[in-house]
Ligand binder design. Structure first.
Ligand SMILES: Cc1cc2nc3c(=O)[nH]c(=O)nc-3n(C[C@H](O)[C@H](O)[C@H](O)COP(=O)(O)OP(=O)(O)OC[C@H]3O[C@@H](n4cnc5c(N)ncnc54)[C@H](O)[C@@H]3O)c2cc1C
Length: 323
């Protein structure tokens, strides 16, 4: 453990007093300081050094979070926002202890899907699987964009980290698909960014269609890994779902062939995305549990999600790809 990680976060207030305050804000059932509960939040699947939080809280609404932020600001207690902890970067490990705020358990509702303006208004805990199921069942002509992450990982966390997904060659990073944010800043102010800024104290669900017309302050919260504010609502752009889907896979024996292929295909404007994997990882993606490569097999694969409006359009795209 490094010296900085030994910082005492309870210099200004006792740990017992913090616990009492957290129970006052969130209720006894939604605050824990038991090691057995804290342990899963102390690590992720990466090699980053684990560290235990002092408390985990499970919020239900922004009012609780405003109170929490003001309290923690006054006593300099670290807060680490957490959705499902699948960021593969150690980003939710509480390096200095303090309070992990788990958004995944109760702030996980799809608040609104706007069929007309094609966006979904989400609480931070909504997962990719949850959003896909909701769209497939209720809005079959709309789609979101999905990473190679497990379906139980978070949509908002991914967008805040500017994730790259299976539409990335067309639409860029997922941060570019954020239409609006509701965020609690470090001093406890609730700010709304994007077209949702209209309205006195509550943005209407149908007002989250784009990140303008005001100056774009989105960058103050994207890729900051939760350090500049707690997001309580996020609107993400949806896309028309094309009926024909034919994902393609090409194998390679060397990087010298793979690099130019990725560049040329990316520029051809025919694929939704193009990503390279080792053959071991590609096999795991289709259900082989262990990473294996047999002698003589190629080393790399390029995977290309492709969709089209008609068979003719798909055939034209495949013809360009084969060329
Ligand atoms: C096997 C695997 C494959 C993956 N493949 C891809 C891929 O192909 N493309 C890709 O882009 N990603 C990929 N990922 C990463 C994953 O998609 C995203 O990192 C994940 O969706 C983030 O969501 P989360 O719920 O895990 O967020 P968390 O890990 O819980 O949080 C992510 C970050 O956001 C912060 N945060 C969380 N909630 C809030 C909030 N309410 N307010 C402010 N900050 C907050 C956290 O502090 C943290 O810094 C993969 C992950 C795995 C495990």
């Amino acid at each position: 453990m490094t010296a900085t990680k030994q910082r005492n976060v309870f210099e200004k207030i006792s740990k017992d007093s913090v616990y009492s305050k957290l129970i006052e804000i969130f209720g006894g059932n939604y605050v824990t300081k038991k090691d057995v509960d804290l342990y899963p939040y102390s690590q992720d699947m990466t090699e980053n050094e684990p560290h235990m939080p002092d408390f985990v809280v499970i919020p239900e609404n922004k009012e609780q979070l405003v109170e929490l932020v003001k309290f923690c600001n006054e006593y300099s207690i670290p807060i680490v926002p957490y959705t499902t902890g699948n960021n593969v970067g150690g980003l939710t490990i509480p390096d200095y202890g303090g309070i992990v705020v788990d958004f995944g358990k109760r702030m996980n509702k799809i608040l609104h899907v706007d069929d007309n303006m094609m966006y979904a208004l989400l609480e931070p805990g909504v997962t990719f699987g949850q959003l896909k199921k909701h769209l497939d069942e209720n809005f079959p002509s709309l789609r979101y964009s999905f990473p190679n992450a497990p379906p139980y990982s978070g949509v908002v966390g991914n967008a805040l980290l500017s994730g790259m997904t299976n539409l990335a060659a067309k639409i860029g990073s997922m941060a570019d698909s954020i239409n609006g944010l509701e965020v609690i800043t470090a001093d406890g102010i609730v700010a709304r960014i994007g077209s949702c800024f209209y309205g006195e104290d509550k943005a209407k669900d149908d007002s989250w269609w784009c990140k303008y017309p005001m100056p774009d302050l989105m960058g103050l919260f994207i890729n900051f890994q939760g350090m500049t504010g707690l997001i309580t609502k996020c609107a993400v752009q949806l896309w028309p779902k094309e009926p024909i889907e034919k994902p393609q896979l090409v194998v390679f024996f060397g990087l010298t062939d793979l690099g130019p292929f990725l560049r040329e295909v990316g520029r051809a404007d025919i694929v939704n995305d193009v990503a390279a994997f080792s053959v071991e990882v590609a096999k795991m993606e289709v259900g082989i549990p262990e990473p294996v490569r047999y002698p003589g097999e190629p080393y790399y694969t390029a995977v290309m999600p492709m969709t089209a409006k008609t068979e003719n359009q798909m055939n034209a795209k495949l013809e360009i790809l084969n060329d």
